[in-house]
Design a protein around this ligand. Structure first.
Ligand SMILES: Cc1ncc(C[n+]2csc(CCOP(=O)(O)OP(=O)(O)O)c2C)c(N)n1
Length: 288
């Protein structure tokens, strides 16, 4: 990847992180950990890989995105706002009455949201159906399906994976966010999935593992996934829950964070200031 393109995606990632922090502080609580672990993937998708049009979210033959781990909605909203799907002010209505940004994505409410999710597991079948439809229409477009490692507890994921693999739906790029943690602890302690890549390979997927916060690695893995012929494809993100802010990475329970005391709010504000200072230093070279 060109250095300038990398810098732009790093800046987009920093802006998405700021938005997530600010929106959750404003809301008073929210799913921070699993939103932060997907920041770089969202930046690569919307900043480079996707064929979409923010000014025309319903573009007929677009790439589709299904965030099956719907509780991570804030990372999607932040990305969509940064890419111009809707005004950034909307972010501060997260989860409030009458909002267009409910805590879990709703395709009838938010421009750019292609599938309603939140009940874990269900997005996997939705994505399989969408990708099947794309194939039946002869479309060259992709469906990107994002699934959590804890979400793999849901049997429905494995039914959908079996379908995707058996039908060699290589236009459905499965991305598993293996941030090692779920709502109530470490994934290996709740219901050990053992080796996720081995499982996906056994199901018939062409499977790659990449560092979940490495923009270039994610981008290259998506390029390689698109080049695979006649086999289902899966990218496992070796990611960090709460990624990008040490305080939240280290927090014992960072799944849903309550911003209800000076320490937590102060750490979020400090992180926002640091990210903003970094953007101010780096962005001019991208704009010139
Ligand atoms: C069917 C269903 N059961 C339970 C929940 C409650 N829930 C929300 S998030 C979550 C944990 C998900 O873990 P993971 O997929 O690893 O998400 P991440 O750690 O990336 O946020 C659970 C159990 C749900 N949303 N849907």
């Amino acid at each position: 990847m060109e250095q300038m393109e990398l810098k732009k995606l790093q800046i987009l990632s920093a802006k998405i992180r700021i938005d997530i922090l600010e929106m959750l502080v404003h809301c008073g609580q929210g799913h921070l950990g699993g939103a932060m672990s997907l920041v770089e993937t969202m930046a690569v998708l919307y900043g480079k890989q996707l064929h979409v049009d923010p000014k025309n979210p319903q573009l007929e033959d677009r790439d589709m995105v299904v965030l099956s781990k719907g509780h991570a909605g804030p990372v999607w909203y932040a990305t969509l706002a940064e890419c111009g799907y809707f005004p950034k002010e909307w972010l501060f209505t997260l989860n409030q009455g009458g909002t267009k940004l409910p805590s879990h994505p709703d395709r009838t409410k938010t421009p750019g949201v292609d599938m309603t999710t939140g009940s874990l597991g269900q997005g996997t079948s939705s994505a399989a159906g969408i990708a099947t439809g794309q194939r039946m229409k002869g479309s060259k477009r992709y469906t990107y399906l994002m699934v959590g490692d804890g979400e793999l507890n849901e049997g429905q994921c494995w039914e959908a994976f079996q379908y995707i693999a058996a039908n060699r739906l290589n236009n459905c790029i499965v991305i598993i966010d293996d941030n090692k943690r779920q709502l109530d602890g470490y994934t290996k302690d709740v219901l050990n999935p053992f080796s996720i890549p081995d499982k996906m390979k056994a199901f018939g997927f062409h499977t790659e593992v990449v560092k979940g916060q490495d923009i270039e690695a994610i981008d290259a893995a998506i390029d390689r996934a698109k080049a695979v012929k006649d086999q289902a494809v899966c990218i496992v993100l070796d990611s960090i829950k709460g990624a990008g802010v040490k305080y939240f990475e280290d927090m014992v329970s960072n799944h849903s964070v309550k911003f209800n005391n000076d320490e937590v709010i102060g750490e979020a504000k400090k992180a926002v200031e640091n990210l903003q200072a970094w953007i101010e230093k780096e962005e001019p070279s991208c704009l010139s």
